[in-house]
Design a protein around this ligand. Sequence first.
Ligand code: ADP
Ligand code: MG
Length: 252
Amino acid sequence: MLRLDRIGRRFPGGVEALAGISLDLASGDFVALLGPSGCGKSTLLRLIAGLDPPDSGALAWAGGRPPAPGEIGFVFQDPTLLPWASAAANVGLPFRLHDPAPADAAALVDAALARVGLAGFANARPRQLSGGMRMRVSIARALVTRPRLLLMDEPFAALDEFTRHRLQEDLRALWREAGCTIVFVTHSVYEACFLARRIVLMTPRPGRIAREITADLPEGPARRLDPAYATLVATVSGAMTEVLRDAGETAG
Ligand code: ADP
Ligand code: MG
């Protein structure tokens, strides 16, 4: 789907955020970008989204053109919902931004809400919803245009642990069902190991790709209890500790 070739990004003022990032994204992948705060994960996601240009290197999209706006969905840590608008109106927002809106926009909004488990909440306002439900609305909004690529930037970081686990489980199921490609930014080893098929470890700033670890866990929520999950967490933790040590930082 996408090849990143030696991407670099330096901000005005001299902060070098990314250096020499090369990564291939295959259609249907679930990739976690894992690294410490400030290592350039959000910057990399914004580059993939086309919201920010690289200073060096290139992005090569399969087919020769970047996805159209509706073909990429973006979910941030903050659900960024319009407080005065209903859940349905928030989910339908992408259709107000892209023209022309499809004739079946209302049905697509209903389907997206159902897909994240909020079928009965179309008319609820954000303040009537829990934090987890607000994030579900945000995910439905990203899915409503049926994107090929879903970019997620620490979407569950502010949620309590039980809600986070539920959303992680539902996101896995949703990915398998929708067949889209997901790039998920996180600084949680546990989250990366639970969710992703490929775990890409980044160095502290300037962010480089240090290692990649492939996950092959049994499917279903029970994977969290599987010994293979514990082993994977230990492997990724150990690798991350080495990456930080090599970069001259103390882990934790
Ligand atoms: P992460 O998401 O991994 O925490 P970011 O991609 O947000 O890291 O940021 C990487 C580095 O680039 C940080 O040091 C941050 O302060 C800096 N940075 C990010 N955006 C900007 C910007 N618009 N202008 C200047 N510096 C920035
Ligand atoms: Mg970030």
